[in-house]
Design a protein. Structure first.
Lengths: 1090, 333
């Protein structure tokens, strides 16, 4: 055993502690489930341009950041991407030199652009030798046209081909081979290997007589080179487990993972485990170590000396890490890289640990501090113990770099065979032979001669015939062959190309690598939809209502900017043109710590980047105190009962029997009800609960005296002073441009979502309220705006709220469409009629919104009436078998910061965030700047999380919900021992269109340029192309697109005429896919109802 | 007379499983388009089985007597050996089968929305139906051989559903571990079956109960020991409890049905079937009580780490079967 590292630990210790902050960038930043907030999945790469960030992320994690090409091709076939879109994108990449002419042919010029077209639309990827054999024999691809050959090209071929299809195709194949200096006579590689096997295997018995000189010069030389290269990857690319997997095919982490997770999950548990993790306060490493030392069955006995190993480490995690890395024999300069790789073995869990590391004292949970280094130390110990077992079993050495190097220096052939088997796709015959060698029992290992025979064959196989410059038929001629077919280049024409031209074609193909092709597809995809959006907005100029308020609206409704409200607002506006709707970030400019009547503590209701300085509590009215006491007692009884039903049926000796007997009949009834009639049962349960709990009328602890101590983030104060309240109210009204002609009723509508059996519930709630419900903010805002003292101050600041204006707080449930109203009892009698009218209209809008949503829900009734649709969506939220209670932010694509008039009267398919902003009141752009700073990151976070979870749902997202298990209430795992799955589940993104957010600001480019220059946060998002920025001139229909590095470009796309429909339903009925914008008829000042 | 239709109860879900499986192979019910038909078939087959059971229950309640043992025909026969197609419709069997069919039907209903758009939708329903058929066959069987058929089919479907996510190697590895552990119990069952043929001349539950008085205590211990081993493994009791933790890799509804509600109680049910016989072996009873009791602290200990709560149609968490084994003794269950 090597001694513990003793050399100058201090600088290294400090470096390790500092390095932890760096590690954060490469781990998922997802919070525990109840605080789930959408954020950029690649947040750690946000300082880089989008394309570069994706390239680097791929290098670190191996995940391709674009939709697979096949998905884009499907979008192309559906017309969601067209060739002009692709052409535009290709021409914008100067490095592709798309205009360059490659060859002049009888039927026209071949430019690089033509070649890119074929490469994008068809799969030209090189093949393996065996795949080519399959293409030849199984699909007859070398004697028939490709099935996806374009019809015009096919006709061109038919006209040109003289000897029929088979002859023409075969001739083309020969021409492609000849162009690379290859011939068609090369036998199938497996046939070659058969010959080799026949030749070599008889030697196997006489290993001692083999040609030693050949062995040492060739096999060993090659093995040494490969081994040096492999060992050099330890740290930057591989951990010890990865290295051993590359040589044995056994991943130690399959064994390490369950052992590690059990403890990490128990340590982080939020209250699910029956027994708390012992000694939490000591830190994870020390607590884990203590358990290890006390528990005789802690680790499997077959691990070598695990007790001594753990005992030798001491309680300090940093010391332990340094000792373990020294024992591994890794140079110090590789340590950080190694630890990062180790953390990335389980990115989800590492990310969660990191999150807790960065949020000490989170939710008052024990332990207060969680340290990433503790966790890495435990991982290192386990990895080492299992590596010791594997290395001693196979090679009788310690897992230490020098030892491994020493062993394989004298076993070069074994190294070569192992390496080839697990890293270099071997032909089946060879792999089977090598596999048989590896499968020999450990007490009777194959002798060196066997390894040698195989190693020699491998060498010869690898260096077998190839064409000029290492070209092969499958790797190089095949792509050329497909390319020529799709371009319509005949064999005769192809033969006229000289070597340099063929090389240029190959270069051009290589130039359009997977990443670049992905980017071009994405840009074309975005551009196609952007043209539709721009086209609609330009033509809507002058159509939208409420560009100016020249009369007082019947009511004004302020919604969250959430794109799900776009549909709801549209339906409402279709019902009554006298209603004005506005949008703002859903905390309505009131960042508070909120404690509802039944909440155990305060929760911050504001964007995550803000920390509130004020607290607001919901309290029972003074006269309702006795009722409140009854409420508290009854609620406690109910919760006790629930706790007993959950825990009492499974823990204890006799209690479970009792509880099971008592509860079983009711449980069966409830189960029947919930499954057969979810809406009825759900409604019944809610009513029963409310009846039992007794609802208590409440008020807010809203106002603090003017001389109250200042409110700070460190010491939040209960209530806001009159001045602070006026600031908040003024702030929001000015932001959304609602400073004149306030309607008699102004509804402030927060939102949230309720559903059953949904670990990702918080992801459906309000992102601007840290993934919680925004109702309390709406209620607080309305209460503040109704206070005469506040209105007094506002009047002095130039905002005159008429005396007959009343603010009402409400909350919209985006799942069931239900609306909850707050403080209705305070509503003045004179407004009651107005509210009744509005509620009737809202009821219709709810049904309309539900109706529109139903078209995209597969299990909703087809062609439902609005009432049926409403019942369906409400039922979904009570249905615990529904993996898709609602569809959340899916399909979000655009954000408009401007007056509603810009897009009012257009159908935007619930794809547009709507943020009210009046540029005529903000010539300097100060308000726009604040909105961009607040809403930009929220919108980008939502959009990018959806983007990444969609492009690779298995790795950026968390895969299907069906296999998820909630762990420790902090995240979900696949099954019982997987990595913590971050990102969005498959059920949330199925119909998402993966594109970056297009942010359109109604402001002049000049003002936006100044904001851009002032704000680094906005520059990071816009210049790095994480979002796309566009400017709509307030006074005209002109739209400008901001191109990073180029500046503003006026949109001058040809205008496409838009259809006009009377109501949204006329446009979407009968369609279940995405729909382009269309005019909703404005003309008839539709008769208002009621 | 409605009890003459009892053979429909396991057969209907089995036929539904077969039809769905054949459709999957033939390719005519695949994909999202094939979901409604598959779901209807599964729901109706299990629903009808439940209906037949409810009719028999109702008849029993009206007449005040359960049909008891029903022998339909002989399945296989050689000199000295005879296996019947027979069912036991006593209070225990009917109560358990009705409850099982009800929960199974609810699980089917739950799965229809839950598994929507899963690539393995049809495979899941075929396996779920097969499992339900197996469970009902086991619960209603009139003899140990039929019970064993159901028992083995449960084990097989359990294996295939734990490994439902074929693309995840952890799931398939765990499925194999669970299967292998369960073979221990199966071995016990087989030995007991063989011995009951040899020593008692048959495998009808009535034969086993009736013939026991003729055995000496050693023979009784060995024979019963086989059944008890099978029960302990299937119900994940100490010392075989570890497999349960590995089993939670499949889709939620099947995990709930297998490991939260029904299959883990198959072992307990087997012991209840043999309760009259077990009473003759105080030693085994004490062993059972100790093991069942030992199970109580072990479960929380096992879950101290990676704790989990699956979303499940029944409200119980991963099996507290130990309590049932423990409570066998005082006759509480």
């Amino acid at each position: 055993m090597s001694p513990v590292c003793t050399e100058a630990p201090l600088p290294m210790r400090q470096r390790l502690l500092d390095w932890v902050h760096h590690l954060e960038h490469h781990l998922p930043g997802q919070a525990p489930l109840r605080d789930f907030i959408h954020h950029n999945t690649l947040h750690g790469f946000q300082h880089l341009p989008f394309a570069e960030a994706l390239r680097q992320a791929k290098r670190v994690t191996g995940i391709h950041g674009y939709w697979p090409a096949e998905q884009f091709r499907a979008a192309f076939r559906r017309g969601r991407i067209t060739w002009p879109d692709l052409e535009e994108a290709l021409l914008r990449h100067p490095e592709l030199a798309a205009g360059e002419v490659l060859a002049e042919l009888p039927h026209g010029t071949v430019r690089r652009l033509d070649l890119y077209r074929v490469a994008l639309l068809h799969d030209l990827r090189p093949l393996q030798a065996s795949q080519l054999a399959w293409q030849r024999t199984g699909r007859r691809a070398l004697s028939t046209w490709q099935p996806d050959l374009d019809e015009t090209v096919r006709r061109q071929w038919l006209a040109a081909a003289t000897g029929g299809e088979a002859e023409a195709v075969a001739d083309l194949w020969r021409a492609c081979l000849a162009g690379l200096g290859l011939t068609d006579g090369t036998p199938h590689p497996e046939e070659q290997l058969d010959d080799l096997l026949d030749f070599f295997v008889p030697d196997a018995g006489h290993g001692a007589d083999l040609d030693e000189r050949l062995f040492s010069t060739l096999v060993r030389g090659e093995a040494d080179t490969l081994m040096d290269r492999l060992l050099a990857r330890l740290g930057p690319e591989l951990t010890l487990s990865g290295l051993l997997a590359a040589l044995t095919g056994e991943d130690l982490f399959d064994d390490v993972r369950p052992l590690l997770l059990r403890h990490v999950a128990g340590y982080l548990d939020h209250g699910l485990a029956a027994w708390p993790y012992p000694d939490r306060a000591l830190g994870f490493f020390a607590a884990w170590r203590r358990q290890a030392m006390q528990d005789w069955s802690f680790l499997p006995e077959e691990l070598v000396n695990w007790r001594e190993e753990i005992d030798s480490l001491g309680d300090d995690a940093v010391e332990a890490i340094m000792a373990l890395l020294s024992r591994l024999g890794l140079p110090e300069k590789q340590w950080m890289a190694y630890l990062e790789r180790l953390a990335l073995r389980l990115p989800g869990w590492s990310g969660m640990i990191m999150w807790r590391h960065r949020h000490p004292g989170y939710a008052g949970l024990s332990p207060e501090r969680v340290d990433v280094l503790d966790y890495l130390a435990v991982s290192l110990v386990l990895e080492r113990l299992y590596a010791m077992r594997l290395c001693s079993r196979l090679w009788q050495v310690e897992p230490r770099l020098e030892m491994l190097r020493w062993y394989f220096r004298s076993h070069g052939a074994e190294f070569l065979v192992r390496w080839s088997l697990f890293n270099d796709p071997l032909p089946e015959h060879m792999a089977a032979y090598a596999g048989r060698l590896l499968a020999q029992p450990d007490d009777d290992p194959p002798d060196e001669a066997h390894w040698y025979v195989l190693a020699r064959m491998l060498r010869i196989g690898r260096h077998a015939a190839g064409g000029r410059g290492g070209h092969t038929p499958h790797g190089h001629a095949w792509p050329l062959f497909l390319l020529a077919q799709h371009l319509g280049v005949t064999a005769q024409a192809w033969r006229t190309w000289n070597t340099a031209q063929v090389e240029r074609v190959l270069d051009a193909l290589a130039c359009l690598d997977e990443d670049r092709a992905g980017l071009i597809w994405l840009q074309a995809y975005e551009s196609h939809y952007r043209h539709q959006v721009f086209n609609a907005i330009v033509q809507n100029q002058g159509r939208g209502r409420w560009a100016r308020r020249d009369r007082r609206p019947a009511a004004q409704l302020i919604f969250c900017m959430d794109e799900r409200e776009e549909g709801f607002r549209r339906h409402l506006e279709e019902l009554d043109p006298r209603l004005e709707t506005l949008g703002a970030a859903g905390f309505f400019g009131v960042p508070i710590h909120w404690q509802g009547l039944d909440d155990p503590g305060y929760a911050a209701l504001c964007p995550v980047v803000v920390t509130p300085a004020h607290r607001v509590r919901e309290e029972p009215l003074a006269e309702a105190e006795p009722l409140h006491r009854a409420h508290v007692t009854r609620r406690q009884y109910r919760q006790l009962l629930r706790e007993q039903l959950h825990q009492g049926t499974r823990l204890g000796l006799f209690r479970p029997v009792l509880w099971t007997l008592l509860a079983a009949p009711w449980a069966v009834l409830l189960l029947l009800g919930k499954l057969l009639a979810p809406l009825t049962t759900g409604g019944l349960v809610v009513r029963l609960r409310d009846w039992f709990d007794r609802s208590v009328p409440t008020r807010l602890t809203l106002t603090a005296p003017a001389d109250a101590p200042p409110a700070t983030v460190a010491q939040p104060r209960i209530g806001l002073t009159d001045g602070e309240q006026a600031d908040r109210v003024e702030g929001l009204l000015r932001t959304i441009g609602l400073t004149d002609r306030l309607a008699p009723l102004v509804v402030v509508m927060g939102h949230g979502s309720l559903s059953q059996n949904n670990p990702h519930l918080a992801a459906y709630d309000c992102g601007a309220c840290s993934g919680r419900h925004g109702g309390p903010n709406a209620r607080v805002f309305a209460a503040m705006a109704n206070r005469p003292a506040v209105r007094e101050v506002l009047r002095s600041r130039g905002i005159d709220i008429p005396d007959d204006t009343w603010f009402l707080g409400a909350e919209h449930n985006t799942g069931s469409e239900a609306i909850t109203w707050f403080d209705l009892a305070l509503l003045p009698g004179s407004q009651r009629d107005a509210l009744t009218r509005l509620q009737a209209q809202l009821a219709q809008a709810q049904a309309g919104s539900a109706h529109e949503r139903s078209r995209r829900l597969a299990s909703a009734p087809r062609q439902p009436t609005p009432a049926q649709a409403l019942a369906h969506v409400a039922g979904r939220t009570h249905d615990f078998s529904q993996a898709r209670p609602e569809l959340g932010h899916v399909t979000n694509a655009v954000a408009l910061i401007g007056r509603r008039a810009v897009v009012q009267g257009l159908f935007f398919d619930r794809r547009m965030f709507l943020i009210s902003y009046d540029p005529t009141q903000d010539p300097e752009g100060r308000i726009a700047e604040n909105i961009l700073l607040a809403a930009g990151p929220v919108g980008a976070g939502i959009s990018l999380e959806y983007y990444f979870s969609t492009v690779d749902n298995d790795r950026f997202g968390c895969g299907s919900k069906i296999m998820h298990n909630v762990t420790g209430l902090l995240g979900v795992m696949d099954g019982a021992a997987s990595d913590l799955r971050t990102g969005l589940p498959k059920q949330m993104i199925e119909i998402h269109e993966a594109m970056r957010l297009l942010v359109i600001v109604e402001q002049t480019p000049a003002v936006l340029t100044r904001i851009h220059a002032r704000q680094p946060a906005i520059r990071e998002l816009v210049d790095n192309a994480w979002i796309t920025l566009a400017a709509k001139e307030p006074a005209s229909e002109r739209l400008h697109l901001f191109r990073p590095g180029e500046g503003w470009v006026l949109w001058a796309g040809p205008l496409q005429p838009l259809e006009t429909v009377a109501r949204s339903a006329d446009w979407y009925s009968g369609h279940d896919g995405p729909l382009p914008p269309v005019f909703i008829a404005q003309s008839a000042e539709v008769e208002c109802h009621g | 007379m409605v009890e003459r239709w009892i053979w429909l109860v396991p057969l209907l879900p089995a036929l539904a499983a077969a039809w769905t499986g054949v459709g999957l192979l033939g390719g005519w019910n695949r994909g999202e388009a094939g979901e409604p038909a598959t779901a209807r078939l599964a729901s109706w087959s299990v629903g009808l089985a439940l209906g037949v059971l409810l009719l028999i229950d109702a008849q029993g309640l009206l007449t005040g007597a359960t049909p008891g043992s029903i022998r339909l025909c002989s399945w296989m026969e050689t000199s000295g050996y005879r296996v019947m197609i027979s069912f036991t419709l006593d209070r225990l069997g009917l109560a358990m089968a009705t409850l099982a069919a009800l929960l199974a039907w609810l699980a089917v209903r739950f799965s229809i929305h839950y598994l929507h758009r899963e690539a393995g939708f049809q495979r899941f329903f075929a396996l779920l139906n097969l499992f339900i058929a197996a469970l009902l066959l086991f619960l209603l069987s009139g003899n140990a051989v039929l019970a064993f058929v159901g028992w083995e089919m449960m084990g097989l479907t359990s294996y295939l559903l734990i490994g439902y996510a074929v693309e995840r190697s952890t799931a398939t590895r765990h499925a194999t571990r669970v299967l292998v552990t369960n073979r221990l119990g199966d071995a016990g069952f087989t030995v007991a079956l063989l011995l009951s043929f040899t020593w008692l001349g048959g495998s009808e539950w009535t034969d086993i109960r009736g013939g026991f008085a003729l055995l000496d205590s050693f023979q009784m211990g060995i024979l019963l020991g086989g059944f008890v081993l099978a029960a302990l493994v299937k119900s994940a009791q100490v010392p075989f409890a570890a497999w349960l933790g590995r089993s939670l890799e499949g889709p939620t509804p099947s995990s709930a049905l297998f490991y939260g509600a029904l299959m883990v109680h198959a072992g307990v049910y087997l012991l209840l079937r043999l309760e009259q016989v077990l009473r003759h072996s105080p030693v085994l009873m004490v062993v059972l009580m100790l093991l069942g009791g030992a199970d109580r602290p072990v479960w929380p200990a096992g879950r101290i780490g990676a704790d989990r709560c699956q979303k499940r149609p029944d409200q119980r968490d991963a099996n507290p079967g130990g309590v049932d084994v423990f409570d066998l003794r005082p006759g509480l269950v």
